[in-house]
Write a protein that binds this ligand. Structure first.
Ligand SMILES: Nc1nc2c(c(=O)[nH]1)N[C@H]1C(S)=C(S)[C@@H](COP(=O)(O)OP(=O)(O)OC[C@H]3O[C@@H](n4cnc5c(=O)[nH]c(N)nc54)[C@H](O)[C@@H]3O)O[C@H]1N2
Ligand SMILES: Nc1nc2c(c(=O)[nH]1)N[C@H]1C(S)=C(S)[C@@H](COP(=O)(O)OP(=O)(O)OC[C@H]3O[C@@H](n4cnc5c(=O)[nH]c(N)nc54)[C@H](O)[C@@H]3O)O[C@H]1N2
Ligand code: SF4
Ligand SMILES: [Mo]
Length: 904
């Protein structure tokens, strides 16, 4: 209860579990014991701001669907039983087949402490480097590009540079949706100082619509554009000849390649699909603006030549000495909350630990530090190769922690089949059921966000504490504990006797400084002896923090550090390398059979496989179903119409998605979101459509360009059901589910009633007898409507129609909150109309205040509210987190265009 001070009783400072912006969050307990997320005003990454996902964190803390007990061979067991089994089976496989028959697959959503222990366990003690992470799918091309150019995986700059820049380039980044708080920071600088924004992205996004210049580049062709830029720089005053000579190597070769790739502007425009005036503007702005930051994300990394794309960008910054200085630099925007922490501990198979690799002296150093005589001495298998080795039966045991490879890896159906071949599959999870757990022999219940405690590192190398504010439910334990327990049981008791995350953090910090003396970028040894109390109170700090500077907490929290300001790099020569990239090609060409190029990515309000964000009703309303964005001309060509279902096919798999016609897609390209899984849709796993082609340097798969075909999905009936209980939809040809306020909403399609009538089919689905339903069938159009009530309280509502014309379900939602359903309510349910004729608000645009698209369009068109301010004042839309402001502006803009078209 509040103590009268007006402040909630309990408030805990922690960090957001979602994106790499790494916002500080204050979780405050409310008088009803629920938790509310507020931005931490003192956190230097967000200064109090949160996006729609961060703001909704309080709605995602329930225990529904959580794994609360260890499970061994299908039975709930006590921890010691599960741990003994894990240790015994791993030891037996190691003895019979050697250490490389074991693999661990980790995640950028683990805390640094969990990550450190898992990596040490495998590389140091099991003795195999077959440890890889979902960061392979995420950041590994950036890592490889950094290492080639700088000799280390160093992100040189800081967010502050975005405040100071005069030109920001976002390439392969939909930051308005994927790094919203950082995007707002960019927007602020634009509003205050007229900073320019260029967005390079094949499709139109909420990010590109906000830009001063959008370059809708042909998929995969970034290297050409940046080659044209390097060539132009070489002939302009922006080239820093002296810097290039003193601090870099390989310029002449890289320039020669750039000239070869970009022989003329016309050729560049032809291959990149860009307009000549736009390319010229881009180049001119880059030349004439000294303070340029180039941010890049998955449109760059997830390519068959992602590393070359990264290096083509770095080349331009090196040529102009725009690196390591205020307001300038290349900037890899990391995806996951601890993508960077994973890199710091060495979670990738080709890294060892603390930014050290497998050079003999590094191996020797880490061996001595860990006291690990059997340490792995060579790199292990990268994710795609690792799952191939599982498929071939060479890897017998896999431990998956904090990721869902059966969804997120390319060729995901094959991954799923391969995982079935494992002798031992251990999955450490928050959730009881995921697509990767189907065949797990051992399931270990892991502490989730809010329960776990440790550190994470964001895109700008800033380390923040995640603190626990919830007690561990059921038998849930943190991942570091489970790994340490298994390691102890395998005979490594001394090396894994950790009692707390603080202890692990100190060891990690100490290793970062061990025999370092400035030779390695990653050094946080200032914290090697931080006390438990100091760790608990740790303020966010940016690395490096070398040991010489003993710091108490708080002292360095907002200080900004940039690397490479003095022109010294981590290569043997101390100079940066220009890299000559290969000619960009997609890994597979389009064909008659697969004539469209599928691009994949994220939506604003969901996080990955939705295990957390999917719990929030307001986040679910932004995009309720897995969809396919397709250009109107292509849709016509392939006989698809708005709102229909489409089958999307590749040589590897199939998906069924709701068609969304949009001119944001260039003809020939389509886009689908990555968030749907076997848990929430019949065929929404987009990973199943992708081939596993990888970048030759990073091993990162191409996830943005897969040739596919599309055709209408033939259904005989369309329906939805809203139910207070979860339903088994496996008999539906198509289905997708979404969490609504008091129910779960399912949309589905059937090819037939399987010989049953609508009543029988529906009552079977709901698990009731046919007479328990109140129902009606509309003779004019064959629409069947039914409801199930218990003691006058609504349990389920279902509509079925032979046409794809079902009404919105939003007006029905309120009826589930009623203790007693009125006679009129029943009548209207069966008539398919709301009592007050309430208008369908449409898909949610403002998640914070639940303002729908139709409501907004109405306000814009009929009430003339044509500024975001006016919409905010009237409807509150956009006045809290601001994540929807780009969409509000495009709705206003769309209306503007229509109005202008009418007027002319
Ligand atoms: N809402 C939300 N935010 C997230 C996440 C989430 O799940 N949901 N996940 C987080 C994670 S882990 C990551 S990695 C980041 C990813 O963040 P982003 O990289 O910004 O997101 P994506 O949607 O994967 O892809 C970015 C853009 O790349 C474009 N693109 C595709 N091909 C090309 C190309 O050849 N060249 C260029 N220049 N662009 C191309 C796509 O059209 C897309 O708009 O987001 C993080 N933030
Ligand atoms: N087609 C396509 N595929 C992609 C991408 C794309 O753009 N297109 N993007 C790729 C990228 S960048 C990424 S990052 C991946 C993301 O893909 P995944 O990592 O597979 O997706 P998540 O849903 O984040 O999976 C995290 C799982 O870990 C659990 N979990 C969360 N926290 C913890 C914890 O502390 N401990 C344990 N043990 N479990 C936990 C969650 O419940 C969830 O099941 O997808 C990749 N795949
Ligand atoms: S931008 Fe949003 S998702 Fe990313 S860390 Fe901040 S609040 Fe979380
Ligand atoms: Mo990612």
């Amino acid at each position: 209860m509040p103590d009268g001070s007006g402040l909630p009783e309990k408030s805990v400072k922690t960090a957001c579990p979602y994106c790499g912006v790494g916002c500080g969050v204050r979780m405050a307990m409310q008088s009803d014991m629920s938790w509310k997320a507020n931005g931490d005003e003192n956190h230097p990454s967000n200064f109090g701001r949160l996006c729609s996902k961060g703001s909704a964190l309080g709605e995602t803390l329930d225990l529904k669907g959580r794994l609360l007990d260890p499970v061994l061979d299908g039975k709930n067991v006590e921890w010691p039983v599960a741990l003994d089994a894990a240790a015994d089976r791993l030891s037996a496989i190691r003895k019979e087949h050697g250490p490389d028959a074991i693999a661990v697959y980790l995640s950028g959503q683990l805390l640094t402490e969990d990550y450190y222990v898992a990596n040490k366990f495998m590389k140091g003690f099991v003795g195999s480097a077959n440890v890889d992470t979902n960061s392979r799918l995420c950041m590994s091309s950036s890592v490889a590009g950094h290492k080639k150019a700088f000799g280390a995986d160093t992100v040189p700059g800081a967010y502050e540079d975005l405040d100071r820049a005069d030109l920001v380039i976002l390439t392969g980044s939909n930051a308005a949706w994927c790094h919203p708080v950082l995007f707002q920071r960019i927007q602020k600088a634009r509003a205050e100082r007229g900073m320019r924004l260029v967005v390079i992205d094949p499709r139109e996004t909420e990010t590109s619509k906000e830009a001063d210049l959008h370059l809708p580049i042909a998929p995969g062709k970034d290297t050409l554009l940046f080659s044209a830029l390097l060539k132009a720089l070489s002939q302009s005053g922006a080239l820093d000849q002296q810097y290039v000579e003193t601090h870099t190597l390989g310029y002449a070769t890289a320039l020669a390649r750039a000239v070869e790739l970009a022989p003329s502007m016309d050729r560049v425009c032809e291959e990149t699909r860009l307009r000549l005036p736009d390319v010229k503007t881009f180049i001119r702005w880059f030349i004439e603006t000294e303070k340029v930051v180039t941010c890049y994300s998955q449109g760059v990394n997830q390519s068959a030549q992602g590393t070359d794309k990264v290096n083509a960008i770095l080349n331009c910054h090196l040529a102009t000495n725009r690196i390591g200085r205020e307001g300038m630099g290349p900037f890899s925007l990391t995806g996951q909350p601890n993508a960077m922490g994973g890199r710091e501990v060495g979670g990738l198979a080709n890294q060892l630990a603390a930014h050290m690799e497998f050079q003999p002296e590094s191996v020797d150093r880490v061996r001595r530090f860990w006291n690990a005589p059997h340490i792995a001495t060579t790199p292990g298998l990268k994710a795609i190769d690792l799952f191939d080795a599982i498929d071939r039966g060479e890897i017998k045991a896999l431990w998956v922690m904090g990721t869902n490879p059966a969804v997120s890896l390319p060729d995901a159906d094959r991954v799923r089949r391969a995982m079935k071949k494992l002798e031992l599959l251990i999955v450490s999870e928050n959730m009881a059921s995921t697509d990767s757990m189907d065949n797990a022999h051992i399931r270990l219940p892991a502490a989730a966000w809010g329960e776990k405690a440790g550190t994470v590192t964001n895109s700008e190398r800033r380390i923040s504490r995640q603190r626990s504010f919830l007690s561990l439910p059921g038998r849930v334990k943190p991942d570091w504990w489970a790994v340490s327990q298994v390691a102890q049981r395998m005979g490594y008791a001394e090396a894994f006797s950790y009692a707390s995350p603080a202890e692990i953090f100190r060891e990690h910090a100490e290793l970062s400084g061990f025999e370092n003396a400035g030779s390695r970028d990653f050094d946080i040894s200032a914290y090697a002896s931080c006390s438990d109390q100091a760790y608990e109170a740790l303020d966010p700090f940016q690395w490096p923090a070398p040991g010489g500077l003993i710091r108490t907490h708080g002292e360095c929290s907002t200080q900004t550090h940039r690397f490479f300001a003095e022109g010294k790099f981590y290569t043997p020569s101390g100079k940066a390398n220009f890299i000559a990239p290969a000619r960009p090609e997609l890994s597979v060409d389009l064909s008659v059979t697969y004539p469209l190029l599928l691009n994949t990515g994220r939506i604003r309000d969901q996080w990955h496989t939705m295990t957390r964000s999917g719990k929030s009703p307001r986040l679910g309303r932004h995009k309720e179903e897995p969809f396919l964005d397709i250009n109107t001309a292509d849709a016509r060509k392939f006989h698809l119409t708005q709102g229909e279902l489409a089958t999307v096919e590749s040589p590897h798999g199939q998906a069924v998605l709701r068609v969304n016609l949009t001119d944001a897609q260039t003809p020939g390209d389509v886009f689908a979101p990555i968030h749907w899984t076997g848990q929430n849709a019949s065929a929404g796993r987009i990973g199943a459509l992708l081939a596993s082609h990888v970048d030759p340097f990073s091993g990162q798969p191409e996830a943005k360009a897969a040739p596919v075909s599309v055709k209408p999905f033939q259904a005989a009936f369309y329906g939805f059901v809203m139910s207070t209980a979860s339903l088994d939809m496996t008999n539906c040809a198509y289905w997708a589910k979404v969490q609504l306020q008091d129910t779960i909403g399912y949309r589905f399609a059937l090819t037939s009633y399987n010989g049953k009538g609508a009543n029988k089919w529906m009552s079977d689905l709901l698990g009731v007898s046919g007479t328990e339903l109140i129902q009606s069938t509309d003779k004019s159009n064959g629409v069947f409507r039914a409801a199930h009530l218990i003691d006058d309280r609504l349990q389920a509502v279902a509509y079925l129609s032979p046409q794809n014309d079902l009404p919105s379900w939003s007006w029905l939602e309120t009826l589930f909150a009623k203790d007693k359903l009125e006679v009129l309510d029943r009548r209207y349910i069966l008539a398919g109309r709301s009592i007050d004729g309430a208008q369908d608000p449409g898909p949610t645009v403002c998640a914070c205040y639940g303002v729908g698209r139709n409501t907004l369009i109405d306000a814009i068109c009929k009430k003339g509210l044509i500024t975001t301010q006016a919409l905010g004042e009237q409807l509150k839309a956009g006045t809290n987190c601001g994540s929807c402001l780009p969409e509000l502006r495009s709705l206003i803009g769309g209306h503007d265009k229509t109005a202008k078209a009418k007027a002319s």
